[in-house]
Design a protein around this ligand. Structure first.
Ligand code: HEM
Length: 180
């Protein structure tokens, strides 16, 4: 996974629980990178899962809540790093289409080693959008959080749920976003 995700996870943890807690995580995690991340680097996905796992253990929260909170927090940071043009999308549904058709495509062009999810849009009405979240990294709860961060950015209120989820034994993850 790209370094920006690790650098932002570091900032997220320090903002919530302080620098000392981050250092404790690194001591416990024994990572091959030693936790020295740069935005331009690329690191083993497992390092992120190890760090999230330790937060879950030490702060007694669920993996779902940890991924969701990080996703919600990180959206504004992704937007800062987004290709020019990403700021033009003012509606959550429009933005989600743009992530699949344009934003992640540009991210991949600039960073060929980026590993991005694929969204397949299944249905859309003025208030409800459903799409398939496809990624071998299975970060659907992180994705739910990012959609909430996105709605904060557009000034809309949404409910995000999964009508099917691989973590619940289903064969795929179907995200449902409802404008309320
Ligand atoms: C603001 C514009 C956005 C930018 C610049 C952006 C960029 C990125 C980058 C750089 C990564 C890391 C890739 C890697 O580690 O190799 C990533 C991952 C990801 N992005 Fe985006 N993204 C944006 C918006 C979104 C939105 C709105 C969603 C939610 C629907 C989303 C969902 C995800 C997910 C779930 C991942 C984790 C990787 C995975 O699931 O396989 N992104 N994105």
């Amino acid at each position: 996974m790209k370094g920006i995700v690790f650098v932002k996870f570091n900032e997220f943890v320090e903002e919530l629980w302080g620098e000392e807690f981050w250092d404790t995580l690194l001591d416990e995690a024994q990572l091959s990178s030693e936790g020295i991340y740069t935005t331009v680097g690329t690191y083993d996905d497992e390092e992120l899962f190890t760090l999230i796992g330790l937060v879950v253990e030490q702060k007694n929260i669920s993996p779902k809540d940890a991924q969701f909170a990080f996703g919600k927090w990180v959206f504004k940071e992704l937007l800062n790093a987004a290709p020019a043009g990403a700021h033009n999308f003012k509606d959550v549904f429009e933005f989600l289409h743009a992530v699949q058709d344009f934003i992640h495509v540009e991210v991949k062009k600039l960073n060929p080693d980026a590993l991005l999810p694929e969204f397949e849009f299944l249905s859309e009405t003025p208030n409800t959008l459903t799409f398939l979240y496809q990624s071998p990294r299975n970060l659907c709860y992180f994705c739910e959080g990012i959609v909430h961060g996105l709605a904060e950015h557009t000034g809309q209120t949404v409910e995000v749920s999964q009508t099917e989820c691989q973590h619940q034994g289903d064969s795929r993850c179907v995200m449902e976003v409802v404008k309320v």
